[in-house]
Ligand binder design. Structure first.
Ligand code: PLP
Length: 322
């Protein structure tokens, strides 16, 4: 019989402690190692479950969130799914506000988990599957309106430290434990920048020689100081071309990498075919970026990336064209 200590009281406690896999097949033709942390194995199939748990826990402790109060957040789907899980278990009504440009799976999943999903139309010149900064501004406006109307707690992933803390306290230390700290570089596709900043801070605290690189879409590399010529890229979950990310401490950034839609898509497909890892666009972007780094400045070194979410979230897109 299993020990009681092996049985978790809810899915919330199943968040985190994800495995790391050595991508030996993908890195076969390059010098160096790519270690991939499988965040799609979280209950909501993304790394964002971690920040949902931390933001709600922090707000309960600070008193910012009252028992039974409604929680609202702007989401590309993954944070909303995490919040739907955490709020559902803890008894907070949850409203997810999302652009209609994100894949339909996400809205269905949040709704199934008990969230009220409010979809916001994209700008007239935007394309489904390609959510721009302008589209996001419309979602932000709607989110603020709902928060005011319902006297809700805004689980603001762009502002609240819980986003950073989830990765600083958990994801980063897990990487150090799982690898023995024997890594050279971390690269991460930024949305809010919370994963990048939290992991990079923990890794550098452990060993200041570990470098961290921001990954951005080619044509929307605003953090690298480049002009934004392609805001409607395909890499869902980030690359919003927002110059100011409150959670992103620039002192943690050692360099910038750019990935095209085609590179992200091709690598997501390779992850599935060659490594048995069924992930989304941004995971493909992270691995593509790591591959480029190992071919150049970090030849022979070890890179770590997050596999941000599951490929199941993109079944309605052409990522998995057959
Ligand atoms: C699939 C996916 N990849 C990457 C990111 C970016 O992560 P972060 O907001 O921690 O920068 C997100 C954020 O929502 C995401 O959903």
């Amino acid at each position: 019989m299993a020990a009681d200590s092996d049985i978790l009281p809810s899915a919330v406690e199943a968040i985190g402690s994800t495995p790391i896999v050595d991508l030996v097949r993908i890195s076969r033709t390059i010098e160096g190692r790519i270690l991939a942390k499988l965040e799609f194995l979280n209950p909501g199939f993304s790394k964002k479950d971690r920040i949902a748990r931390q933001i709600i826990a922090d707000a309960e402790i600070s008193g910012a969130l009252k028992p039974g109060q409604t929680v609202v957040e702007l989401t590309s789907g993954n944070t909303g799914t995490g919040l739907a899980i955490v709020c559902g278990i803890k008894g907070y009504p949850f409203v997810a506000v999302m652009s209609r440009g994100n894949s339909v799976e996400r809205a269905r999943m949040m709704s199934a988990l008990g969230a009220e999903v409010v979809l916001v139309d994209q700008l007239p010149d935007s394309v489904p599957g390609q959510v721009s900064g302008g589209d996001l501004a419309l979602v932000e406006r709607k989110t603020q309106k709902i928060v005011a109307e319902r006297h809700a707690f805004r689980a603001d992933q762009f502002q609240l430290k819980g986003n950073f803390r989830a990765h600083y306290l958990n994801t980063g230390p897990e990487i150090i434990r799982q690898t023995g700290g024997d890594i050279d570089v971390f690269c991460d596709f930024a949305g809010t920048g919370g994963s990048f900043a939290g992991c990079a801070a923990a890794l550098k605290e452990h060993n200041p020689r570990i470098k961290s690189y921001i990954v951005e879409p080619d044509g929307a590399a605003i953090l690298a100081g480049e002009p934004v010529t392609y805001p409607n890229h395909r890499i869902q979950g980030g690359g919003y071309a927002m110059a100011d990310l409150p959670l992103l401490d620039c002192a943690l950034i050692d360099g910038y990498l750019k990935v095209t839609d085609q590179q992200a898509i091709a690598m997501a497909r390779r992850l599935a075919k060659e490594e048995g890892i069924f992930a989304g666009f941004s995971s493909g972007a992270n691995v593509a970026a790591a591959t480029e780094l190992l071919k150049t400045d970090f030849k022979g070194k070890t890179a770590v990336v997050l596999i941000c979410d599951s490929g199941l979230k993109y079944l309605s897109t052409d990522l998995w064209d057959i």
